[in-house]
Write a protein that binds this ligand. Structure first.
Ligand code: 5AD
Ligand code: SF4
Length: 433
């Protein structure tokens, strides 16, 4: 009998790729097949995120439900970022959990599976050259890790404590993996790392010095690869060379994620982001002058400790100047093992909520104006997902999500689509070529 595996993935694209890596190992080494119903699973994995407090508190209530309703002898493993930072405490609070596997230790999944109550959370563990078996949830969407961990010390962020220091994956391994993905049907690859444009800072072996611009140039030589996306670049590392390569390389999708976090130079300093409001705006200006068609998305944290009304106005000012195509915005959440956890000048919860609402409302207006200009325009769409009611969705080069009526024949295909109606998160169109 085939053993069944249920995986729930929370958090970012890196976690999604880690889940694919664990599934690959469990299929190959332990004969598991995935299921979407945890009640029939022999193994339940929760791949957790710890970037904000909410998902962490949800974890334990979710674990309780899994434990109550799972098959009697099914195992439960807690993986990912919360596994890294809570470690053994997870088993103390939920003794039925069989193992805990940190975000930097996913290659050990088969090992921990056979050791009851194993806790593997070493954030210095080096998986940068580990040869994972090939598994992708969809052949058309190829996430490819280019580095692991983070070398920054943003005062609000737990990630360096859950994913360890930054280490780059050797270029030849990235190119081989990308080639395999393309041979298996992916026309687009999505490069992943905490700070992708810091690529090449440190390798585990004696690899030649390299950088992200060089990596992009090498990858774009791959025949039949049509699009390259990446996330996240760090504004601090956005040098002219990188921006010029981004603008001039036709395979690089013209969508840039620029995590602002705050528009106030004072708050940015307290966050230890390494850039000022002026630097950020200067990089946007350079980017737009080299690449006028670029769409820009961002991450913003409101109500960081010490954020005054004027500081918040600076964030709104950057938003109004840049007019981001997409924002991911959050209220500051104090995290364990971070510097800001000890900051005492916290912002009242009601002020934090009001700021978040104001920021999001202003952005909604900006987005409505941007979207209105898309009506009647034609975009080249790469279709990747089947969605409800016989629709297929994909993305334009500049990252707009677009759906058309259609079936799975469109998956993995490019079409020109004319926009016929506008929604906030998705545009609808019809294929014209
Ligand atoms: N509180 C709120 N948001 C946070 N992020 C990271 N740490 C925190 C925190 N402590 C946000 C940042 C980051 C995104 C992934 O999550 O905006 O870019
Ligand atoms: Fe991803 Fe950060 Fe969440 Fe870890 S804590 S899963 S790195 S978003």
């Amino acid at each position: 009998m085939v053993k069944k595996l249920f995986v729930e993935t929370l958090g970012c694209a890196m976690n999604s790729r880690d889940s694919e890596h664990m599934i690959a190992q469990l299929r190959e080494k332990d004969g598991y097949e995935t299921t979407s119903d945890f009640k029939e699973a022999d193994l339940i994995l929760i791949n957790t995120c710890s970037v904000r407090e909410k998902p962490v508190s949800k974890l334990f209530s979710e674990l309780g439900i899994f434990n109550k309703k799972k098959k009697a002898d099914a195992k439960i493993g807690v993986c990912g970022c919360t596994a890294s930072h809570l470690g053994e405490e997870i088993i103390k609070r939920a003794p039925y959990v069989n193992f805990v596997l940190g975000a930097r230790n996913v290659s050990k999944i088969s090992e921990v599976l056979h050791k009851d109550k194993a806790v593997e959370i070493d954030i210095n563990y080096d998986e940068s050259e580990f040869a994972f078996d090939d598994f992708r949830t969809s052949p058309y969407k190829a996430f490819i890790n280019i580095s692991m961990g983070c070398d920054k010390s943003c005062t609000y962020c737990i990630v360096p404590k859950t994913r360890g220091d930054e280490i780059s994956i050797p270029m030849n391994l990235i190119i081989d993996e990308s080639r395999r993905a393309v041979n298996n049907g992916a026309k687009e690859i999505f490069l992943l790392g905490q700070n992708v444009n810091n690529y090449g800072r440190r390798f585990s072996g004696g690899h030649e010095k390299s950088n992200f611009t060089k990596l992009l140039q090498e990858l774009s030589e791959i025949q039949n690869l049509q699009r390259i996306r990446f996330t996240s670049p760090h504004p601090f590392h956005m040098d002219d060379e990188f921006i010029e390569e981004f603008a001039s390389n036709p395979k690089i999708c013209k969508s840039m994620h620029m995590p602002l976090q705050s528009g106030s130079t004072k708050v940015l300093k307290d966050m230890k982001r390494g850039y000022s409001k002026e630097w950020f705006l200067n990089r946007v200006k350079k980017l737009r002058s080299e690449c006028p068609e670029v769409s820009i998305s961002t991450d913003i944290i409101v109500a960081f400790p010490g954020e005054s009304d004027e500081d918040f106005e600076d964030t709104l000012d950057v938003m109004n100047q840049v007019r981001f195509n997409q924002i991911f915005s959050f209220k500051y959440s104090a995290r364990p093992q971070t510097e800001a956890e000890h900051f005492t000048n916290t912002v009242d919860a009601d002020i934090a909520s009001a700021r978040l609402t104001k920021l999001q409302n202003i952005h909604t207006d900006i987005l409505d104006e941007i979207n209105a200009t898309s009506l009647g325009k034609t975009y080249r769409v790469y279709f990747q997902d089947l969605i409800q009611d016989y629709f297929v969705s994909g993305r334009s080069d500049d990252n707009i999500v677009i759906k058309v009526k259609g079936s799975d024949e469109l998956l993995g295909e490019f079409r020109d689509v004319k926009i016929t109606s506008i929604g906030r998160t998705i545009l609808t169109g019809e294929i014209v070529a």
